[in-house]
Design a protein around this ligand. Structure first.
Ligand SMILES: [Zn+2]
Length: 612
């Protein structure tokens, strides 16, 4: 592709513009989850016009075939005369237009997927992901595109990172625009009666739109998000937009986020507003998605932009896009004050290092291959995936952590990864037309930080060996421990222990309950459950002759069995009962703590790492 890849837009640039590709969106059929779309293609220069739907969403590495929800396609010229057309593929249409007329494509789009990557419409609101439902005209992606939203009398508010075309909306149509198709499809739209609130940082307007049926403390949320924006602004040195939107979906069963150029969409459960740990997780998610404004939406692997919307876009470098972002989401959350030092070290121990320790697949596949195969591995969501490969989020984040510690150690506390990222951002601003290669990133880190890291870093990226935690943590006075978990003693009365002292047991599978039956969802390779032949989808019926009816009963029975003798298990595989014996193991806990014998020099390095 030789066309320029323009991804920056400010609201002022779109004011009073005209467009020759316009989408009319109306919502007469919202109650049955449908958006009615009329796509107008004006000033055609060719007698054959090809229109296409993207098959994937940048930031989410999976072929989704989103236009499977598109139906009732009709194509006319602007005067209502039928035009001849046909499907060229599952996502492309060819229109014969011998008169070079203006074209109108009308279709319905069934939008009933609630989540951060999909459109969802009902009688209460419309959340529109343009990439899922708005088609593009081949060879005309670089033009200005407009979206006309037809009034739905009961919906009062529209929030989007698209830019308004008129300073004052007309009575029944509100017009928004993007400088090109790339920006258009990167700009979701929420229409409804949602709550929104805004604040300024460094002259840029930040809007928060919360999409929920719950009652949310908007002022508290605004304070926390503003803090995150201020810390990330200080980290990078400037804000690459005039206006930015945080879309937050709050609903049971929703999790995750997706980054965009001028906004992000994040989803949390309502408990994020009731429980401290879940609230901390929500803030780390928002810090993560916002960090992507720089890392991946602008500083990016060379393969990720300009995009080919018709097929998989492979890259080995999601360790940079997602791994580095996963490392910084918790570190910057700590710098925001969302975690205390102890809490941050505990999050690293449990949610990063301890999580990877339970992934046997880290010995089977490198983080680079895990990135390259994201399309069929991480996004395939196999229940066996922990045994097959490490996530580039988890291992990529730990590689970033170790790289940071390596730089700090080798430079004796003079440089750190933060410095290299800042320079990457400066270089991006000089020429943002292309992404970075792995080699460029490594050279840049070595040059900026003044240390040699290539050998270790490429080993971590390409290898499947265990990563060297112990050595790098000890350089900054931290102790990383893997210990046998001991159940805390509980006392009955003054003297008698209620339970004899016991080690917590490790079984090695995750379980789900269904109407009094217990099913195996995942099994860790070489765990006690795996060695006993217990497999995914099996039903566990009894332990030591006792019928099991729920997960906690099963875990208690295994705990009571202890480590000294095998537990007898009766289970069901595909309708056939089998008996097996399982030798349980001690559960392992992970901890990362400041050493009691930390030296002054180690303390200095620790402070430098945490605070800069
Ligand atoms: Zn991410």
């Amino acid at each position: 592709m030789n066309t320029p890849f323009i991804i920056e837009q400010s609201d002022i640039e779109l004011l009073n513009t005209t467009a020759n590709i316009i989408y009319d969106l109306s919502f007469e059929h919202a109650s049955r989850h449908c958006i009615s779309i009329k796509m107008k293609i004006l000033r055609n220069q060719t007698d054959i016009v090809i229109v296409k739907s993207p098959v994937w969403i940048p930031g989410s590495y999976k072929v989704r075939d989103m236009n499977s929800h598109q139906y009732d396609v009709q194509i006319h010229d602007i005067h209502g005369n039928l035009l001849s057309w046909k499907w060229l593929s599952k996502s492309a249409i060819e229109i014969l237009n011998p008169e070079k007329s203006d074209i109108v494509i009308s279709y319905e789009y069934f939008a009933n997927d609630r989540g951060v990557r999909t459109s969802h419409v009902n009688r209460n609101h419309a959340f529109i992901m343009p990439v899922a439902c708005l088609m593009y005209v081949e060879d005309r992606m670089e033009e200005i595109h407009h979206v006309a939203i037809h009034d739905n009398v009961s919906w009062k508010t529209i929030t989007t990172a698209l830019s308004p075309i008129h300073e004052h909306a007309t009575a029944d149509i509100t017009l928004y625009g993007a400088l090109n198709y790339h920006i258009l499809i990167d700009s979701p739209i929420e229409i409804g009666n949602h709550e929104s609130i805004s604040f300024d940082v460094a002259g840029a307007l930040h809007e928060i739109a919360v999409i929920t049926q719950e009652s949310i403390d908007m002022e508290w949320l605004k304070g926390e998000i503003k803090r995150a924006v201020e810390i990330e602004y200080a980290f990078w040195g400037d804000l690459p937009y005039d206006r930015y939107v945080f879309f937050l979906l709050v609903s049971e069963g929703l999790r995750g986020g997706l980054e965009h150029l001028r906004c992000n969409v994040s989803a949390v459960e309502p408990s994020a507003f009731q429980d401290k740990t879940t609230a901390q997780g929500m803030m780390a998610l928002l810090v993560h998605e916002f960090f992507h404004t720089w890392n991946v939406k602008r500083i990016r692997p060379i393969e990720l932009g300009p995009f080919n919307y018709e097929q998989e876009n492979y890259t080995h470098m999601l360790w940079l896009a997602e791994g580095f972002t996963s490392y910084y989401d918790d570190l910057l959350s700590f710098r925001c004050g969302f975690y205390s030092t102890e809490e941050y070290l505990s999050v690293l121990a449990q949610s990063h290092l301890g999580k990877l320790a339970r992934v046997p697949g880290r010995f089977s596949m490198s983080v680079k291959d895990s990135s390259f195969l994201a399309w069929t591995k991480l996004y395939a969501m196999s229940p066996d995936q922990q045994n097959q490969f490490p996530s580039y989020y988890t291992k990529g984040g730990i590689v970033a952590l170790l790289l940071d510690l390596l730089i700090i150690s080798k430079s004796s506390g003079k440089s750190k990864l933060d410095h290299a990222l800042k320079i990457m951002w400066e270089l991006y601003k000089q020429d943002g037309s292309k992404g970075f290669t792995e080699d460029q990133i490594i050279n840049l880190i070595e040059e900026v930080c003044g240390v040699a890291i290539r050998t270790e870093f490429t080993d971590w990226l390409n290898g499947t060996e265990e990563l060297p935690y112990q050595k790098l943590f000890s350089e900054i006075g931290l102790e990383w421990k893997e210990e046998i978990t001991v159940i805390k003693q509980d006392w009955y009365g003054d003297f008698r222990p209620f339970h004899p002292k016991k080690q917590s047991i490790f079984f090695g599978c995750s379980l789900a309950e269904d109407h009094g039956r217990i099913f195996v969802k995942e099994v860790e390779k070489d765990s006690p459950a795996d060695k006993a032949g217990i497999a995914i989808d099996d039903e566990i019926i009894s332990v030591n002759g006792k019928r099991m009816i729920n997960r906690s009963m099963l875990l208690q029975a295994l705990q009571a069995n202890g480590l000294e003798q095998e537990a007898e298990i009766i289970a069901n595989c595909d309708g056939k009962i089998y008996e097996t014996r399982v030798q349980l193991q001690s559960a392992i806990s992970y901890s990362l703590k400041v050493s009691e014998s930390i030296t002054h020099e180690q303390e200095r390095l620790l402070e430098f790492w945490l605070h800069g």
